[in-house]
Write a protein that binds this ligand. Structure first.
Ligand code: PNS
Length: 170
């Protein structure tokens, strides 16, 4: 790390991390030198979690093991307070479809009103992932569907442990 390196925060629930998230991380690393993947203890949308925070963090660390540009950190409280505490002025979020826009725009403007120095960049994922979400992966896996095209190998392995071989098409 040097004084001039650029870095951003990519926050989310990551329950679990999908190939859509992975794609956004890789695209972000074309525009910043380092990325903090910030795993929220408090998500804005209260959802029934599949993996607890420790599991989510472990899986993400496994996915990016060996990549020194990526750091996985959990945070509680406000995202802008976390970003400020790390000296990060850039938040990255994936934007899959118009339907994401309203929620993302609201959050971006609320975050900016809480801390005017923050900037938010929306990244478009590869078209293969525009319909993909962690909540759909959770639902399909719970119901015995094949999610092997949508999650990185460590996540697939963990889902197999939870729901059996059907999650990888077996
Ligand atoms: O992956 P998600 O669930 O869409 O991510 C939402 C997340 C975690 C980015 C959002 O809920 C968040 O920032 N939570 C932290 C609490 C916070 O700052 N809330 C105010 C948001 S304007």
């Amino acid at each position: 790390m040097t004084d001039s390196d650029t870095f951003g925060v990519y926050p989310g629930s990551f329950d679990p991390i999908t190939l859509g998230h992975y794609d956004i991380v890789m695209r972000s690393l074309n525009i910043v030198d380092r990325l903090i993947l910030a795993v929220a203890e408090t998500a804005t949308h209260g959802k029934e979690p599949l993996f607890d925070l420790d599991e989510r963090e472990d899986l993400m660390r496994e996915v990016f093991r060996g990549d020194t540009r990526v750091e996985v950190v959990r945070f509680s409280g406000l995202l802008v307070d976390f970003a400020r505490s790390r000296g990060a002025r850039l938040i990255i979020r994936g934007l899959r479809a118009v339907s994401d826009f309203e929620y993302e725009f609201q959050m971006a403007l609320m975050n900016r009103s809480l801390w005017p120095e923050i900037e938010v960049i929306f990244m478009a994922p590869d078209s293969r992932y525009t319909f993909l979400s962690s909540s759909l992966v959770r639902e399909v896996a719970r119901l015995g569907g094949d999610v092997s095209k949508f999650v990185p190998p460590p996540v697939l392995e963990r889902l197999e442990g939870r729901f059996g071989p059907s999650v990888s098409g077996g």
